[in-house]
Ligand binder design. Sequence first.
Ligand code: ACO
Length: 437
Amino acid sequence: MSNKNVKVEIEGKAWEFPVIEGSEKEKAFDIGKLRDQTGYITMDNGFANTSTCKSAITFLDGEKGILQYRGIPIEQLAEKSTFLEVSYLLIYGHLPTQPELDKFTDDIRYHTMLREDMVKLFDGFPRDAHPMAVLGAAVCAMSTFYQDSLDPASPEQVNISITRLMAKLPTIAAYAYKTSIAQPRVYPRNDLDYCANFLNMMFSVPAEPYKCSPEVVEALNLLLILHADHEQNCSTSTVRMIGSSAANLFASVSGGICALWGPLHGGANQAVMEMLQAIHKDGGNVGKYVALAKDKNSDFRLMGFGHRVYKNFDPRATVIKKACDKVLAKMGLNNPLLDIAKQLEAAALKDQYFIDKKLYPNVDFYSGIIYSALNIPVNMFTGMFAIGRLPGWIAHWKEMNESGTTKIGRPRQVYTGPTKTNYTPIRERVGAGKKVA
Ligand code: ACO
């Protein structure tokens, strides 16, 4: 807390509110006493100007295109780290020593299997269910199978829940996929690392062994690192909101998965791919789609473009674009959708509409092309994002749970409905709330 105040004048009377300054010099003023003192509340559609917590996990500067996990630039982590190391960093606050990383990795390896009674869940869902629906339901169901670790006040129970979630989410995602294509589910293999094990569960069949190339493992590792956290986004805020009622970690993360599913958030990676496929099928005329995205009479948006916070460039998109070229070259693939994506990006970046509105490609613009190169089906893209975002959700839930200052999330509203109205007996009603004269 700084010793500065901000003065606000309401109806001729001045009020002072304390200024809070972050470690990267971000400034806020604390309106915790606003309503008590002035009778006013604030209105902030989409929380675009509102922080509800202090957080030491991730810093991003949307104007400068900076993203850092625990102070470390995303570009360095993408180049030098692994997904599990980054997960440890986010959840426990520092880069692990070798023994710390070994223990974290071994604990996760040891918990990758699902209980056999939990596996039966997958047969209960329709085969064509969206994997995100299955993921959200299965993670929530973990609170029925692991009732021994639901207490947010017990550090031991929280820790075992963290391990179980990190270990089992890839298994859940792969089982959702295998069930959807009527193939046998493949047990996890603890001799493989995190990414290789996931790919093996996705793509191996009992009839023949599956061998994935190191390039594929490396690309997956990179994508998961880039998605691992992004401070108070929609799904993370959902996890915090649910957790603020002291709900258990499984229930909170399950809510985060559901929030991520929407096409304006994590579901954008699936929407981007579907958009690129549609443009390809339509003859590859990118100009037509750029025009459509600008047309006020059309609902069409360029999926994978724009971001609430980044108004310059999304640093994750820069890393992904480079990786995309590298992965496709290494794998000897030539994806026509990558050409369409590049043309679309070039056309939009020099278009005045996109320049004026500061709309740039976001992380999801190119991620789908890499996922396709790894043979991940389009309807699993958002599930991949969920696996990547899991350590971020956990880190935020844990930070909030341990802060000792958290209040239950309970926004206010400005009521605009009818003022006090007497109850009308049914015979006197004429519909739409009107009374018989
Ligand atoms: N294509 C065309 N126009 C757009 C786009 C787009 N992708 N994104 C925003 N705009 C326009 C809006 O129409 C609006 O125009 P207006 O001021 O004339 O009404 C203006 O830009 C501002 O858009 P908002 O929706 O108000 O911006 P907001 O910050 O609320 O939304 C969002 C950000 C949801 C990401 C938006 O840019 C969007 O819908 N993008 C496409 C979906 C997408 O890629 N989502 C993934 C985000 S990254 C992530 O979650 C991992």
